[in-house]
Design a protein around this ligand. Structure first.
Ligand SMILES: [Zn+2]
Ligand SMILES: [Zn+2]
Length: 144
């Protein structure tokens, strides 16, 4: 999906849900979308500072928290980095295929797995929240 289309979907979600997509939030989202792969908070801060010289770490972290909370982006825990989302209009669990050679990240969705993971947790009396699954390996472009 094109970055402009993602922005359009996020804008429409914000409108429907009464959320404020401030200039900073929107700009951080655009920067995550423009990144080739997972991007770290301090790289976003460096870029943001070029346009908003007063931007400080909390500026970026607050914007990222907003985008994460509403599922407009995802955070890869193992890399401590952020990636854009395939489907920002629908709440979902993200599963990620991360290539160890080219560092590409592909988001995949699989409803059956969502349910299976909830069941496993509940069988252990655990109430599951976020589910993030990061699978490391070699992508289809790299193993050919
Ligand atoms: Zn997603
Ligand atoms: Zn690869």
């Amino acid at each position: 999906m094109q970055a402009s289309e993602v922005i359009r979907q996020v804008e429409s979600s914000c409108r429907h849900r009464g959320l404020r997509l401030t200039r900073t939030r929107r700009r951080v989202l655009e920067l995550v979308l423009a990144a080739e792969g997972p991007v770290k908070a301090y790289d976003l801060l460096d870029q943001l500072k070029q346009e908003f010289p007063k931007a400080a770490p909390p500026t970026v972290y607050r914007a990222l928290d907003f985008l994460l909370e509403h599922h407009f982006i995802h955070r890869l825990e193992s890399l401590n980095a952020f990636v854009s989302c395939l489907d920002p209009q629908h709440k979902h669990q993200g599963y990620f295929l991360i290539c160890e050679r080219c560092q590409s990240v592909e988001e995949v969705h699989f409803k059956v797995l969502d349910q299976a993971l909830v069941e496993v947790a509940e069988n252990h009396g655990f109430r599951p929240g976020r589910q993030i699954l990061e699978i490391y390996g070699i992508c289809r472009h790299c193993h050919d």
